[in-house]
Design a protein around this ligand. Structure first.
Ligand SMILES: [Zn+2]
Length: 190
């Protein structure tokens, strides 16, 4: 940030009294502009055992596959955000179920909150954000063409749980930036 969003004056970057990190501080109106991580809410929508996947029609990772997820809006819950994103990206209406995964991605200051979702009907369709939407069984998931490692891990959690007949809440810290297809096998902390 270079300019104060409250008054337009150029900001200084300094550690405010009593704080421990540099902040953008406006010398004119004294506003301190805090920056904090962003929450991405999403869900794994299920219809008759298949998972609804979307091919991204927007950058980044144009053309790669994901389930619906996006930045939480102000004044909505993470579950509401997950349902809204599902509707926006795939036209599918879902009932949000239990939490599947919380994934920290500190190198981009993001926190993913991924829910289980049940589609209210088999309806889904392309949108400005998705060039293709498709219900997939586990063996149809394009593991090599998943848009983000957070999505890849969440899908692994989902199918591992289903194979075991459980619905656990998984947590994962992705500390290293790597390609969209992780080469490492991760375990879920218990
Ligand atoms: Zn100001």
């Amino acid at each position: 940030m270079k300019f104060c969003s409250a008054c337009g004056h150029a900001v200084d970057h300094l550690v405010p009294p009593g704080d421990h990190l540099p902040r953008a501080v406006c010398p004119a109106c004294e506003t301190i502009h805090y920056q904090n991580p962003k929450v991405i809410a999403g869900c794994v929508p299920v219809w008759e055992g298949k998972v609804l996947m979307c091919r991204r029609n927007i950058e980044p990772r144009l053309g790669l596959w994901t389930f619906p997820a996006g930045f939480l809006e102000m004044s909505e819950t993470s579950g509401q955000g997950a349902a809204r994103e599902t509707l926006e990206e795939s036209q599918a209406e879902v009932d949000i179920g239990g939490l599947l995964a919380v994934i920290n991605v500190p190198y981009v200051s993001q926190i993913y909150m991924i829910y289980r979702g049940t589609m209210r009907s088999p309806h889904h369709a392309i949108t400005p954000e998705s060039s293709e939407t498709r219900l997939m069984s586990e063996d149809e998931i394009p593991w090599d063409d998943i848009a983000f490692p957070t999505i890849w891990h969440s899908l692994k959690f989902f199918f591992e749980d289903r194979a075991k007949g459980v619905e656990d809440i998984h947590t994962l810290d992705l500390m290293t930036r790597y390609g969209r297809r992780p080469e490492v096998t991760t375990t879920t902390p218990t």
